[in-house]
Design a protein. Structure first.
Lengths: 113, 114
């Protein structure tokens, strides 16, 4: 079955560490997105990518970085510059940027220890 | 500024007690309004897309409606398995100033007790 796979499900980060969250899709979608979800807040866009080797900052990109070397993969790195990284991170994809239908992964919960 | 506000933040219902969730939006030009269901610790699951005022869509016990300023998610005779967080999102007409990204509300957490 086609879908989006996020890993790991749970991730713990020490102060000063960079960590990378994985997102892989087999839907043949061109566009991919990273959202952050905090309690009581709506999902906020971190980065998005329209095609391979191209990506753009979203609303809260500071302290994060991404790459899009393959159509299927859109990893997110949470750097030490992100001062409040504890959150639930969601990856999504759509057929094209601005396309109506978003498919979400199951999420990664990142906790700073 | 494009904005989405959902109310109430939390809703507790008895099994069979019908109710509605509200999603108020402000957007320069609406391309689509989306409803998602999210279970704890999981990603959102798509429910409905509405495109124009007056449109309605149904799925089992859920019915979504749309006006020019808000959308309602009506839940008829809910069951405990309907307990989840319901997210509303809007997509503005894409132009040079936006990407067509989804703008989400903060969600309504529904608990249905047997």
């Amino acid at each position: 079955d086609g879908g989006i796979t996020q890993s790991p499900k749970y991730l713990f980060r020490k102060e000063g560490q960079n960590v990378t969250l994985s997102c892989e899709q087999n839907l043949n979608h061109d566009a991919m997105y990273w959202y952050r979800q905090d309690p009581g807040q709506g999902l906020r866009l971190i980065y998005y990518s329209q095609i391979v080797n191209d990506f753009q900052k979203g609303d809260i990109a500071e302290g994060y970085s991404v790459s899009r070397e393959k159509k299927e993969s859109f990893p997110l790195t949470v750097t030490s510059a992100q001062k409040n990284p504890t959150a639930f991170y969601l990856c999504a994809s759509s057929i094209a940027l601005g396309d109506y239908g978003y498919t979400f992964g199951s999420g990664t919960r990142l906790t700073v220890v | 500024e494009d904005q989405v506000t959902q109310s109430p933040e939390a809703l507790r219902l008895q099994e069979g007690e019908s109710s509605s969730l509200n999603c108020s939006y402000t957007v320069s030009g609406l391309r689509g309004l989306f409803w998602y269901r999210q279970d704890p610790g999981k990603g959102p699951e798509f429910l409905f897309t509405l495109y124009s005022a007056g449109e309605e869509k149904e799925k089992e016990r859920l019915k979504a409606t749309l006006t020019k300023k808000e959308s309602f998610l009506h839940i008829t005779a809910p069951k405990p398995e309907d307990s989840a967080t319901y997210l509303c999102a809007v997509q503005a007409v894409r132009d040079s100033s936006n990407t067509g990204k989804l703008i989400f509300g903060q969600g309504t957490t529904l608990q249905v007790k047997p």
